[in-house]
Design a protein. Sequence first.
Lengths: 64, 491
Amino acid sequence: MPESRQIKKPKKKTTKKKASQQEQPERLSKEKQEKLKDLDNFIEGVLEEAGEDFLDQFKQIEGE
Amino acid sequence: MHQRIFGTECEYASVYHSLGPCPDKVQCADNLEEFHKKIAGSLVAGVNALGIPRAGEFLGNGGRLYVDRGGHPEYATPECRSIADLVAYEVAGDRIVRDLAANLHAADDGVQLHLYKNNADLYGHTYGGHENYLISPQGMDRIGQLLPFLVTRQIYAGAGKIMTSALNGAFGFQVSQRADFFNCTYSDRTSETRGIINIRKREITRADQSRRLHMIIGDSNMSQYAIGLKVGTLAIMLRLLEAGVLDPDFVLESPVKALKAVSRDLRGVLKTRHNGRWVEYTALDIQSICLEEAQKFFAAHPPSPEEAQWLEIWTQVMAGLQGLEVRLDEAALESDPADLKRRIDWVLKLWLLDRSRSKGADQRQLKKLDFNYHDLNPATGLYERCLTLDLVDRLIPETEITKARSVPPQDTRARLRGMVVQHAFGKNVVVEIENWERIRIRALNTDSQARHCFNQFRCEVNSLGIGLEDPFRADDSQAMENLHGFLQKWG
């Protein structure tokens, strides 16, 4: 019968938050908030370009 | 083997961003391979315009740029003796190909070539990110002992991808880009049939008969730390392997199955033989065992400063992974208390996908983000944007990366190769570099008199051969003297 390795695991927090929710605006520095806003704007631009044909554009040939 | 040579090879994916019909694609009709070869050929031909000396496929930094199988532009770093150098030269290669792509269609309005540093498209095609290590023959004989480590290394070295197919619409997240493309444990091939351990025999011509270990299992990394971890942890494990201290009875029941399973479930159990019994370990357990063995070894054998550095980073990352909470089947990152997303590609990508989905992105858009993570263009690439915004950690200063574009490593044979390429560039000679070990320089436009063999050994007066058999030999003053004399006479 296989057995599992006993390793120390960190104690789980009683209230778990999603990573995307952990960085509440009020807890972040103004600089970090601006960076995340910049990132979100950047991502929004990428998402707008996700047309029907991008999968075909990306089609490659097998390499090594 | 305390002294080691490292090198990596990256095959890039070339993709046109075009507002209208792409001229090259129209020209190549439906022949996709011809299209990619045409792009890659044009790309490589543009090196001189960037001001980077080149001789054949070799560059002034001692590395190599060429068109590989499938029409993928491929950059191989010069031989390096430190992890820091290796990361600097790999990232320098990324910058070189990025600039080549930008130059290619700079004058064409609305057409732009982008290069992606990833390993798979959505149609079941893969292309590699390979690693090379100089290893002792004894280490090579025991190479199978590394399987548990190699199969689970992806938990910090994986680049991550949306587990999907353009063909069947499945969705989820995988830690590794490459895991699904391996179908056996050992193979001497690098395409179609791929083994976790590549056993194609590559001897290095040295007195001690060192071997070249060619690893094809890893993902191409955007993160500088992930490149360092991928190579640095394996370098540490190679020390243990060569010292003969790894347990030969530490084995996975099914390495290929385990490779794919880990990619989908970090905490899934893998049937493993350890200490004479079959047990169920997770990938984290196996990496923890490897780390503990390494710590034990280096407690008795003082590590080099760089080994100590990567042992420490490995320890920190393992602690961070223990606290990481993810749901890969839903592409969700629940908790990253150690902020691993600053260093580990797949964690950062998962965070970006999760963040975007929470703001309403659909599956098609998430796939687009997945690819854009690997776009080397700083104006459109997602990882590059995170780097610009200082949302990820830098391992190598920008000045070192810039230097690595043109200056070869100073402590390997790449120095001599790079010097030859640089000194001969623009002169009236042609430099022929058939492989990593031999250079021949010939004078151009010589008359028949000059080509005449001047002695019974068939030496030609208008050519010069330089051997680079020893990868550790960086300083060959006689070869440089011969080169200068030759260039003075013929160049």
